[in-house]
Design a protein around this ligand. Sequence first.
Ligand code: MOS
Length: 704
Amino acid sequence: MNQRVEGRAKVTGVARYPSDIPLERTAYAYLVTSAVARGRIVRIDLDAARSVPGVIEIFTHENLAGAYKSPPGPVGGANTTSLESAQIWHDGQIVAVVVAETYEAARDAAYRVRIEYEAETPSASFDSAGVTTEDASEADEDHEDERTGDPERALADAAVKVDTWYETPAQHHNAIELFTTTCEWNGGKLTVYEPSQFVHGLRARIARQLDLQLDDVRVISPLVGGAFGGKSAGTHRTALVALASKRLGRPVKLVATRDQGFTIATYRAETRHHLRIGASRDGKLQALVHEGWELTSRPSNYFNGGAEATSRVYACANVATKIRIVHADRNTPGFMRSPAEFPYVYALECAMDELAVALGIDPIELRRRNDTRVEPIGGLPYTSRSLMRCYEEAARSFGWERRDPRIGSMRDGEWLIGWGCATTLYPSNYGASSARVRLLPTGRVRVETAAHELGQGTSTALGLIVAERLGVDVANVDVILGDSDLPTAGLAAGSSHLSSVGPAVALACDRLAARVRRGEKMNGSLEEYAENFPSGVDRGAMKRLREGIPSIQGGNMDDRAQYAFGAELVEVRVHARTREIRVPRIVAAFGAGKIVSPVTAQGQFIGGLVWGIGSALLEKTEVEPRSARYINDNFADYLIATNADAQEIEAIVIPEEDAQVNALGAKGIGELANTGTAAAIANAVYHATGVRVRHLPIRIEDLL
Ligand code: MOS
């Protein structure tokens, strides 16, 4: 049996990603991006570029303005523009698209495009002159900061206090598959080949940008080579390639370069956190105040808002959160694996460790004393919460009882050993979806839904659902995904995809099975179509999905809180002289409802933990403060965790039954694992060295 149904195609090179699909007479696009971060284009000289043999056309705002509308920001609202006018919003903004007979000619010409700017001094990040700050509740009328009890008073009265600041860096999407778009027109109909987490969303956005009907656009994305949120929001490139293709009357393909991916797509922006916690001497939380600051572009109101989750992790009668967004001359950020929770949980879980140290209580014991069955803001019950079971199982496997709490006490020769832990959590989300399942006379089963295989396991998990429901071998199931002509399936994000699409597939299978049981004869094939509208999602959601509006909900619901929890225990080794930091061991345990696809779930857990190691020790986009430019926009300088950084990793699944969370009883797991890892590592580094590093990544120089 294939453990991943698309695995063989991938490792043998048969798999076709969107830019691999060959089209006749394809012309090649290459982007020219802005060399300044703020200002205006005053002159464009294309003579040298046009003289390169093979160049077909060069698009700039001078010949595209008016034909094109820039896409909205990741959650709607204003966004930076490209080729609509002479305005420059950020470094690396698309300022021209060169199209040529070959990729090489297009690239050669792109380097010969001469652009003169009227440059202004940009504001690069939090501490730059010229940034503006606004309350998230002003930027987004749907956002409300959390509040319960009297946190200021409780803080003043608390016997033990922690008052600390934390910082997380910008991180950029570096999936193996680059950001690509290929467009082809057939009469008035446009086909877009582009890796996407939401083919119907991309279709709707392009239709709006180019003034087309939905039916005039088709988006094809059969496989995505890693997305992590980076292929969910609208980027400028798609409509630009579509327009180029239309004007030239032939297919146009763009494969943006690795460094361009840093500025033409979204990313995780830097954040700051002020945590104030008050507790009684026996470790019960009395007050929790979590303030967050998030960077965004000049026009966008995008922010993560992860305090919605961090305000609800532990029992506490007095809680307040406040989120502010800071506008700078940067490209618009967006979703990146556990976008909201990752930076906020990092801050909370480091602060909890500081509290444990201040109290002299074991950090797992501190979590136990503040465990809760109801979330403290609305008083709503968790549908299930296995947090302490996770700590118990992880601690047993890890050998936590042998931990000596004294700083630097656990030493192995030249290596200082630190053991740290953190809670991880992620809201259990779902949305509307639909699917068609067909039983063929050959005995094969064909599943069709516009869901997405990003490498996370959608095809395998859906195949396993069919196999279980229809009693067939998963090898006889063909899972066809990633095409806007297929039944609508929503956005593959927020760890919601299987919980959204799985129930529709299961329902279609159950109807088919009933027909077979009734003895219905096969005339050709038997087919069933089913829609999934989970509780709280109205039937209009399907139409809205086709209009590009996601229906995802979860986490804090009207009558309940649904989250997956986990416990992450890590060992770090810090070299006593060089201060080299290693993570030889992670043991994590997760309570995430029913695990539909054990093999791909392990991949998600371990992948998330490895990303957590990268976040803790390696990953950071360096923003040059004077030019507001990303410095390390390549794989040599932008460090990510690789095999040598990840040693022993164990992901334990805690059995958990949850009939309320959705029809499958499965909680989303894609974003669960990496949410707590960085804090666990930071806490272990403190235990090893006594140095409390309150920013990511933690580097050798922080420990000297
Ligand atoms: Mo994920 S960052 O919700 O695509």
